[in-house]
Design a protein around this ligand. Structure first.
Ligand code: FES
Ligand code: FES
Length: 160
């Protein structure tokens, strides 16, 4: 049994502590937005946040999340309002097949939290572990820049 908080909800999962978080999230918690790509920490399809930091759920054991906060793509929206990254993804029609995209968005959210105004190099560096076989990288870069702009404007409005 492992107790953790998943998308704001405290859960006790009946899982082997050594089980990869990806399987616990998909098969036990039944949240299937996080995808299995390589299972080896190489493609980024399984990216989620552990206490706000991006991690690869396929190579992180459930035990690492004990008493910690996990966020998956299902937990990005707040009170039914999409995260600016999700809105920008829709605006720029980023996905092609879509398989890699929840991982891309989770990495993008983590990037923007640290750097709300990234240039192409910043984006390429931060996103290099997220592979897209459909080659949606140019749209990903545009959407990240747009989402960053929205977030900066929102912060400015809140502070003024
Ligand atoms: S499935 Fe986890 S990095 Fe590829
Ligand atoms: S949209 Fe198809 S793999 Fe990225």
């Amino acid at each position: 049994m492992v107790t953790l908080t998943l998308n704001g909800q405290e859960l006790t999962l009946d899982a082997d502590p050594a089980m990869p978080l990806l399987y616990a999230i998909r098969d036990i918690a039944q949240l299937t937005g996080t995808k299995f790509g390589c299972g080896m920490g190489l493609c980024g399809a399984c990216t989620i946040h552990l206490d706000g930091q991006p991690i690869r759920a396929c190579v992180t054991p459930v035990s690492a999340a004990t008493n910690k906060h996990l966020t998956t793509i299902e937990g990005l929206a707040t009170d039914g309002v999409l995260h600016p990254v999700q809105s920008a993804w829709i605006e720029h029609k980023v996905p092609q097949c879509g398989y890699c995209q929840s991982g891309q968005m989770m990495s993008a959210v983590a990037l923007l939290k640290n750097n709300p105004n990234p240039n192409d190099d910043d984006i390429n560096t931060a996103m290099q572990g997220n592979i897209c076989r459909c080659g949606t990288y140019p749209r990903i870069r545009k959407a990240i820049k747009d989402a960053g702009k929205t977030m900066r404007e929102h912060d400015k409005a809140v502070k003024s």
